[in-house]
Design a protein around this ligand. Structure first.
Ligand SMILES: Cc1ncc(COP(=O)(O)O)c(C=O)c1O
Length: 463
């Protein structure tokens, strides 16, 4: 008997997801479909789209968390419909946020960590906007009181992540970014001081630059700013962008003075979703003391019940990431974080050794002291190979590895480098497999000269 005539069978066939109306044509792209689809069919359609994304665990371009425990997923699930801004309605989520702020303030040696001002954000970018705004407002207030002009604020930074470019452009602040010099990929105290004047709202120093993973010399920059104040009376605050380093230095280099131990440091930001090990969507900013966060930037709202102070760019935001951050603090404690970050550092060191052994790469950073766990390398000058790092990135992609190659910014544009981040979950075994695939790729190019991927094509996917 024909299948469709068997009782109960035809319905089953018609019900099949891939034979359903929703999947018998291309997915809607430009118009809302008139009718909906059964949940299972819509789910498969969307899930199949996502198959074409890269594998996040093999994305070694990102600093962000790509592995989490199932308990984190459970907590995120509990929080899925809680809006963290509804502090009166969800007082425990608000309380947990404040516990995280105080724990971080303590970790970063704030003088009065139990009363320090700080908040969660969606990431370091929002934290940069908030800390930048606080610096701008403090400077503005002071200039107003002195009866001086307030129309030409500037911010001094080393080579910074794009969020600081955004801050300056969105809030009309002149960015004085210290350019790279061949072989020097961070700012120096001398370069900072050269650019300071009475319109400088602050200096940003990065603990773990995005380009080469190196920590900037925060202590030396702070000392130079102290000297500048004693000699010329310019009192310029220092902000530390510890997007990665804020969750690394306390565990890996506790003796390194980069934080509120330096009186010059007025505020610090970090990404909970990077080496803080929380899932994507949480950052932190902490001020040394209440005076560093001008009161008129804080809004008080009463329509959620109670008097709620808020300092944030967004209003509604999910609370799960904050809760997951607190879970991580309890789950790992200081010792757990230290062990995880040290394992990442060890993984980076071993990977760098393998690259060195190949004899064709120069290692720029290998996740050692003063560096984020990761490896940054470039082709040795004058080495005889018939591929570029863009070709290598492209070849590694055929195995699923996402390892970006990119050129450095202004002044060093001709230096092309490649970088991996070694995060929680990037195991020794995965790193050994990547090293093996990289060696195979180099051998492959020896037999089949590369088609020379251009910079434009090659950087299309870098983070
Ligand atoms: C030094 C630095 N600052 C800021 C950011 C932006 O952080 P987020 O992605 O959390 O907004 C990054 C991101 O990589 C970074 O490396």
């Amino acid at each position: 008997m024909a299948l469709h005539k068997i009782p109960g069978c035809s319905g089953g066939l018609v019900d099949d997801t891939y034979a359903s109306a929703a999947l018998r044509s291309d997915a809607p792209r430009f118009k809302l479909p008139v009718a909906g689809a059964p949940a299972r069919d819509a789910f498969e359609l969307v899930a199949d789209e996502l198959m074409l994304d890269g594998n996040a665990r093999m994305n070694l371009a990102t600093f962000c968390t790509t592995w989490e425990e199932k308990e984190v997923r459970r907590l995120m699930d509990i929080c899925i419909s809680k809006n963290m801004i509804d502090k009166d309605e969800y007082p425990q989520t608000a309380e947990i946020e404040m516990r995280c702020v105080h724990m971080l303030a303590d970790l970063w040696h704030a003088p009065e960590s139990s009363t320090t001002m700080g908040c969660s954000t969606t990431g370091s970018s929002e934290a940069a906007m908030l800390s930048g705004l606080a610096m701008k407002r403090r400077w503005y207030r002071k200039r107003q009181q002195q009866g001086k002009s307030c129309d030409r604020p500037n911010l001094i930074t080393g080579p910074v992540q794009i969020c600081w470019h955004k801050f300056c452009r969105y809030w009309d602040v002149e960015l004085r970014e210290i350019p790279f010099e061949p072989g020097r990929y961070t700012s120096t105290p001398e370069e900072v001081i050269k650019r300071c004047d009475e319109n400088t709202i602050g200096v940003v120093s990065t603990l773990g630059t995005t380009f080469t993973l190196q920590f900037e010399p925060v202590r030396q920059i702070a000392a130079a700013l102290d000297k500048l104040e004693s000699e010329r009376g310019l009192d310029i605050p220092l902000h530390v962008d510890g997007a990665s380093g804020g969750f690394l230095a306390p565990f890996l280099e506790p003796e390194l003075e980069w934080d509120f131990r330096l009186p010059r440091v007025h505020s610090i930001n970090s990404s909970g979703h990077k080496f803080g090990l929380a899932p994507l969507g949480v950052g932190w900013v902490v001020w040394r003391c209440a005076e560093d966060l001008p009161e008129d930037l804080i809004f008080h709202v009463n329509y959620l019940g109670g008097d709620m102070p808020t300092f944030a760019l967004n209003f509604s935001r999910p609370g799960g990431q904050i809760v997951a951050q607190y879970y991580n603090f309890l789950r790992y404690g200081f010792e757990g974080y230290r062990k995880i970050q040290q394992t990442c550092r060890e993984g980076a060191r071993r990977f760098a050794d393998k690259l060195r052994g190949m004899g064709i790469f120069d290692i720029i950073s290998a996740g050692g002291p003063g560096e984020v766990p990761g490896v940054c390398w470039k082709l040795r000058p004058n080495v005889k190979v018939n591929f570029t790092l863009y070709d290598l990135a492209d070849r590694l992609r055929t195995r699923g590895w996402l390892v970006p190659a990119y050129s450095l910014p202004e002044n060093c544009q001709d230096v092309v480098i490649q970088r991996i981040l070694v995060r929680h979950g990037v195991s020794m075994d995965l790193l050994a497999k990547l090293a093996g695939d990289l060696e195979c790729a180099v051998k492959y190019f020896a037999a089949h000269p590369a088609g020379k991927v251009t910079e434009k094509e090659g950087t299309a996917f870098h983070h």
